[in-house]
Structures are given as structure tokens and as C-alpha cells.
Ligand binder design. Structure first.
Ligand code: GDP
Ligand code: MN
Length: 401
């Protein structure tokens, strides 16, 4: 789960980190108060969306800030105007795709004179099964370019879970970032807080970019991105409460509600499969047959007809889907339950695209019978290879129409 920048900054502040003060506004009527809470003389108005690259982004309508989703302005009036224009407009960045993301919250904070921008993040390295601290002396909006062109400038320290934090980590990293004097102490304090927060919040990522040295020498987190491990949200209710459902695609929200693993992809064959392994094998088979999956959808092991119906509804609602493949191996799952859910959803929504079904396993005969008697036009496949080539051909046919 991703947090908004302002939520991340509040969490950082709770650990004693130095972050700019500010306020959040959800609607135009709240803008004036949020602006008034910032003393000036510099205001930064920042669109809150779950995507990076806001500074280099552009609004698709409405707001014309000239600086994307981050406007640095010199008066309260300008701050108000920028915040009002951002609210409700769509901001497109390299991470949102061309359709952009609608801004429904803005964060207005005190501006700083930046002397230097650095990069700092904590990540979970799943291969090493360790937390890794990543930093660079040259941060800010050019970090992707730096990583691509001069990867040797990206510094890494892997945390040993048996040891955890020790002060040398802060000193070593600070030195490699070229910090001096009080900055070494300030940086070390911040990094120590981040390491603590990473564990206490079950974070999978914390990113501070830029970590700035501001006029006067202070080390300050000017941007903050935090991601919480979804699997840990059950034990972090105070973090789970920070979720902004408006930031996820409607299909993803519905999938979440029904406890389905759903990932939208850019092909045109909708897939409903049980088990992540089978889902991946199915996507491979589709690719091998020359097609391209529109999604990854795993209904899991113990789905009931209702869950299957929800899954099927999500697939059918996607206008990119030109054909659907249902590939189910009934182990714990019963094939007749699957068939029932598919028929219910297809009837409810009206099946407009070809449907290929491959069922195998427990109560397969009953499942096939339900599909046959439903009156739906279903292509029954013998095996996975047959199913994949049938659905690819069907999608091609549908596209040609
Ligand atoms: P991102 O593009 O989504 O990562 O948004 P950031 O919060 O990182 O803001 C983008 C850029 O805006 C930063 O790299 C800074 O250069 C600039 N910026 C952010 N806050 C301030 C500020 O207080 N003062 C100044 N002068 N620039 C700022
Ligand atoms: Mn940033």
C-alpha cells in the first residue's frame, strides 16, 4: 500500500525527522487555511497522487503551474491559486501513464532554499532477504538518469538483521555523500529513524528524494514516499486507515474487496485462473500462442461462486478484453462452483466476447454440464495448449470484426 507524501512526512516527523511544516486540503474551501498555516516567504504546493515524477509532470486540464505537480511560489495568493487549480485536475507523470491521475488532495508546505539535493531510500532486497539503504550524492529529479548513466554513483549498504542499526552506518553513508560537521550528525539521526520506521511500519520502501541541504545547512526531507507491505496491514491498523482508495483503479479496488489477486496488463485476453503458478503458466501459454494477456487474475484456492462471479465481472468490464480464457484446475476448488459463477456473471453482464474454458479436476463433468446447459457460447478446450491457441484465435477474430 502506498502512502501520500503528506502522510509519509507526518510519519517521519513522528520519529523526529526534519520535514517541512504544512497542511493538506481536499477541497477549494480548505485551501486558504492550509496556506495560512505556512508562514512564508516561500510556499510549495504539491499535488498528492500515488506516483512520482510530479515535478516534471504536466496537468492535462485546468492547472497551468508551469512546474507540474510541484509549484514553488512567493506569495499566499499564488499558493492559493495553484492549490485550487490543481484540485480536481489530472496530472500526468512518467509514472501515471498518459491518462494521468486526478488530484484530490494537495499539500501546502513551507518552501526551502535548496543548496544541494541528495537521494536516500530504504528498500527490501528480496533476493538477499535484507533491508538495503540506497543513497546518492546527486539526487532530485535526475535520479533515474544518474542510475542509468552512472550506476557507480549509487551507494548501497545492506543491513544485517542480526546487528540492525549501528552508528558507523550513518557515518559511513554521510561521508560518502560528502557531508560535513553537524550534517553528519543530522543525517545519521535521520537515517536511524528511517531504519526504525522501516521496521515499525512494515515498510517495503521509504524514499526521500530529494533529501536536501537547505540554506543554513540543515538536512531536510523535502519529499517522502512510503510503501507498506500489504501482507502486514492486518497488524498495522493505524497505517491501513491511511489508505486512499481513490488512488487505485476501480477494478483493483473491487478485486481487493473480494480478496482476488488481480493485476491489469496491456494485452487483450482476459484470464481467470486459480493459483498463481497456473496463472503464470497460462500467461506463458498465451504468449507462446502469439497472444497477450489483459490481466493476471488468481481467484485462489477456495473461491465460491460469488467470488468467481466478481472475478469474471472485473474481466468483462475491461474494454480491452477481446476474449476470455477460464483455466481452472479443480483440486480443492470444485469445477461446478466455477462454472456456476461464470454463468451467473456472464448472464448478468451479457457476454459480448468469446469465452474459452478449460476445466479439469474435481466434479469436472458437473461443471461442463452447467456450462453446456447454460446456453452460453462456450468453447470447451481439451488441455492448456488447446485452450491457449483457441483463445488467441478467438481474440484475433474478435479484433478483426
Ligand atoms: P516528485 O517530482 O514527485 O519527486 O516531487 P518532489 O517533491 O521531489 O519535488 C520535485 C522538485 O521540486 C524537487 O526535486 C525540488 O527540486 C523541488 N522542490 C520541492 N520542494 C521545494 C522547496 O521547498 N523549495 C524549492 N526551491 N524547490 C523545491
Ligand atoms: Mn521526489
Amino acid at each position: 500500500m502506498k502512502l501520500h507524501e503528506y502522510q509519509a512526512k507526518e510519519l517521519l516527523r513522528s520519529l523526529g525527522a526534519v520535514v517541512p511544516r504544512g497542511g493538506v486540503a481536499y477541497k477549494a474551501s480548505e485551501v486558504a487555511d492550509a496556506v495560512a498555516a505556512v508562514p512564508g516567504p516561500l510556499w510549495v504546493v504539491k499535488a498528492q497522487i500515488h506516483a512520482g515524477g510530479r515535478g516534471k509532470g504536466a496537468f492535462l486540464e485546468g492547472a497551468r503551474t508551469g512546474s507540474g505537480g510541484v509549484a514553488v511560489v512567493k506569495s499566499a495568493a499564488e499558493a492559493e491559486a495553484a492549490a485550487r487549480a490543481m484540485l480536481g485536475s489530472r496530472l500526468a507523470t512518467i509514472q501515471t501513464g498518459p491518462e494521468g491521475q486526478r488530484v484530490s488532495r494537495v499539500w501546502i508546505e513551507e518552501g526551502s532554499s535548496i543548496e544541494r539535493e541528495m537521494y536516500l531510500s530504504l528498500l527490501l532486497d528480496r533476493v538477499r532477504a535484507r533491508t538495503v539503504i540506497v543513497a546518492a550524492a546527486e539526487g532530485g529529479m535526475g535520479i533515474e538518469e544518474l542510475a542509468a548513466k552512472s550506476p557507480e554513483k549509487i551507494l548501497r549498504i545492506v543491513l544485517d538483521p542480526a546487528v540492525g542499526w549501528s552508528p558507523w552506518i550513518g557515518r559511513r553513508m554521510a561521508e560518502r555523500l560528502g557531508l560535513e560537521g553537524a550534517q553528519v550528525r543530522d543525517f545519521s539521526r535521520l537515517l536511524k529513524s528511517l531504519v526504525e520506521g522501516f521496521e515499525a511500519w512494515d515498510a517495503s520502501m521509504i524514499e526521500i528524494n530529494p533529501l536536501a541541504i537547505v540554506k543554513g545547512g540543515a538536512v531536510m526531507a523535502l519529499d517522502a514516499k512510503i510503501q507498506i507491505d500489504d501482507s502486514a496491514l492486518f497488524r498495522r491498523p493505524e497505517l491501513a486507515a491511511l489508505e486512499d482508495p481513490g488512488e487505485s483503479a476501480p477494478e483493483e479496488r473491487e478485486a481487493q474487496e473480494h480478496d482476488l489477486s488481480y493485476v491489469k496488463l496491456d494485452g487483450d485476453i482476459g484470464c481467470m485462473v486459480n493459483g498463481a503458478g497456473l496463472a503464470m503458466a497460462t500467461m506463458d501459454m498465451i504468449s507462446l500462442s502469439g497472444g497477450s494477456p489483459a490481466n493476471f487474475l488468481d481467484v485462489g484456492g477456495g473461491a465460491d461462486a460469488e467470488k468467481v462471479e466478481a472475478a469474471f465481472r472485473i474481466i468483462l468490464r475491461d474494454s480491452a478484453v477481446k476474449a476470455v480464457l477460464v483455466n481452472i484446475f479443480g483440486g480443492i476448488m470444485r469445477c461446478d462452483v466455477i462454472a456456476e459463477g461464470v454463468v451467473r456473471a456472464a448472464r448478468g453482464l451479457g457476454l459480448q466476447v468469446p469465452l474459452v474454458v478449460r476445466l479439469e479436476g474435481t466434479r469436472v463433468a458437473e461443471g461442463r454440464a452447467i456450462l453446456e446447459q447454460s446456453g452460453l457460447e462456450v468453447v470447451a478446450a481439451r488441455d492448456l495448449a488447446d485452450a491457449a491457441s483457441a483463445v488467441v484465435a478467438a481474440a484475433r477474430g474478435a479484433r478483426g470484426r
